[in-house]
Design a protein around this ligand. Sequence first.
Ligand code: F3S
Ligand code: F3S
Length: 112
Amino acid sequence: PYVIADACIDVMDRSCMDECPVDCIYEGKRKLYINPAECIDCGACEPACPVTAISLDTKVPGGKAEFVGDNARFFEEPLPGREEAIGAPGGAGVTGAIGVDTELVAGFGDAG
Ligand code: F3S
Ligand code: F3S
């Protein structure tokens, strides 16, 4: 699947959402996340991002590899304050903005 890395944090341009044919890009609080169980690897989102935050999981630039697992974790494990994982609900239009981030993203940029 494709993955969104740190450049999206606090930018959240959302142009990517308009391009995705399967609506598998979900909105957290500081960043968006691609659902690996729903992404069909069409690649339409990648050029739409003005800060080039999106890439194929096997081509994520060095130092940003942790975002591959982190994108998956957003859907596969309960987010902070939630009982259940999001899973594959069938589209961001179904869930609306999630409004919560993974621990990695929530604390990203914090000094110490
Ligand atoms: Fe983020 Fe880029 Fe999409 S900034 S919301 S990945 S267009
Ligand atoms: Fe959608 Fe991008 Fe995947 S447009 S299907 S998230 S490659």
